[in-house]
Design a protein around this ligand. Structure first.
Ligand code: TRP
Ligand code: SF4
Length: 400
């Protein structure tokens, strides 16, 4: 059986925290046992917003790879590499840019969102507009079937699907496909042909997916439509001819509600994080200082776990018995907040211990990380080259 290929990337944003672990890395570790996986450092993507300050990117990339290894991503199972070390991504990005309508890029929701969010930066650049296009090249160049991402990235996966479809449509047709398809449209009869053509235009110009559904419904009702014609008409509609690039699917990671030290979602921008390999003293210190239910001013004041961020961490780290102990002890003031925090501290330290251990050899000898990445780069590049050979061939760009 064909094993679906999984690919995902992460921008090198500095040390990863437990939110990344619970939200992304745990999932990668599970996937590597089920699929051939490719995981890469999206260093060029970092440049789209950090072009004015690229100096830290390389160091952040190495740190991040160590965090991946620490989390249990296994280089024997998954291929780990760095985007910029596989320059074929840039070639595919360029070729795809020729056929990418500007409107498609401008309509991607993250474009305006991020521009507004990072308004101190000038992001009215060609590279930033092209962010989803570069991401599409990352995905399509490996013919990835599944892309594990968070909810915010789903529009980018959709974008990749549409691009793959457009590419296959433009360059993947059977000989004489256009003519044959147009003949088939005529055979629909003038009224149906007009509707079909209109729906096709809606889809191709606006990416309107209901248009596809309506066109399929229309074709379903044509009496005696020949199978070959039906295939052509569907292909003509959506732009699927011969499949050169594979349409990927998003593999939605269950939204992790990993709370930070203040009860908000753990995120660097809220300064509420615990890093993956943070030392034990610092973890203990941060936890002991964590705010609790403000009603518990004195040791004897009862509290309400629902109003306390520590309780949220208990939900991640504690078993049922411990959670019952918290509920009862907090509401009756039988336990103090420091008592209550101790099992969370222990839980986090226990989670981190194997990570610190796994990271140590790489910290002692960074060449080990470089070797893993060099090997991954090579493997990835081999796959990327195969796709580019087909892509160039389909476009007629063969000089030999
Ligand atoms: N845009 C992704 C993020 O911000 C990172 C990324 C770049 C990516 N290229 C990718 C993710 C390809 C999946 C596949 O998280
Ligand atoms: Fe929070 Fe625990 Fe203190 Fe209750 S006892 S307020 S749950 S830290």
């Amino acid at each position: 059986m064909y094993a679906e290929r999984v690919l995902s990337g992460m921008r090198p944003t500095g040390s990863l925290h437990l939110g990344h672990y619970h939200g992304v890395l745990k999932n990668w570790v599970a996937l590597q046992h089920q699929h051939p996986c490719l995981f890469f450092v999206a260093d060029w993507h970092a440049l789209t917003t950090q072009y004015d300050d690229p100096q830290g990117i390389v160091a952040a990339s190495w740190d991040m790879v160590i965090d991946w290894l620490a989390a249990g991503v296994d280089p024997q199972r998954a291929t780990l590499f760095i985007q910029s070390q596989v320059p074929e991504h840039a070639e595919l990005h360029l070729l795809l840019s020729m056929m990418t309508p500007l409107g498609w890029l401008e309509r991607v929701p993250t474009y305006k969102d991020q521009q507004e969010k990072l308004e101190s930066k000038d992001l009215s650049t060609y590279g930033f507009l092209g962010y989803p296009l570069l991401q599409s090249a990352d995905i399509l160049i490996y013919r990835a079937d599944k892309v594990p991402v968070g909810e915010d990235q789903v529009p980018h996966i959709e974008f990749s699907r549409e691009l793959a479809r457009r590419f296959n449509h433009l360059y993947g047709r059977e000989a004489g496909f256009e003519d044959k398809a147009r003949e088939a449209v005529k055979r629909l009869g003038s009224k149906r042909a007009r509707s079909y053509t209109q729906l096709r235009t809606y889809f191709q110009q606006n990416g309107d997916k209901t248009a596809i559904e309506r066109a399929h419904a229309l074709l379903d009702e044509v009496p005696g439509l020949a199978h070959a014609d039906r295939e052509r008409l569907c292909g003509y509609l959506e732009g699927t001819g011969k499949m050169i690039l594979v349409e990927p699917g998003a593999l939605l990671t269950a939204a992790s509600r990993m709370p930070g030290l203040d009860g908000q979602k753990m995120s660097k921008s809220y300064a509420n994080t615990i890093t993956l390999r943070e030392d034990a003293a610092s973890v203990t210190h941060k936890l002991r200082r964590m705010p609790t239910d403000p009603a518990r001013v004195h040791r004897n004041d009862p509290g309400d776990p629902d109003k306390c961020p520590v309780w949220q961490l208990h939900q991640v780290y504690s078993d049922e018995a411990c959670q019952a102990w918290v509920q009862q002890g907090c509401r009756s003031a039988d336990i103090g907040c420091l008592d209550c925090k101790q099992p969370v501290i222990d839980g986090i330290l226990a989670e981190q211990a194997p990570m610190r251990e796994r990271a140590q050899p790489y910290l002692d000898d960074p060449r080990l990380v470089q070797e893993i990445i060099a090997e991954g780069n090579q493997k990835a590049r081999q796959l990327a080259r195969e796709t580019m050979r087909d892509v160039r061939g389909a476009m007629g760009l063969n000089y030999r």
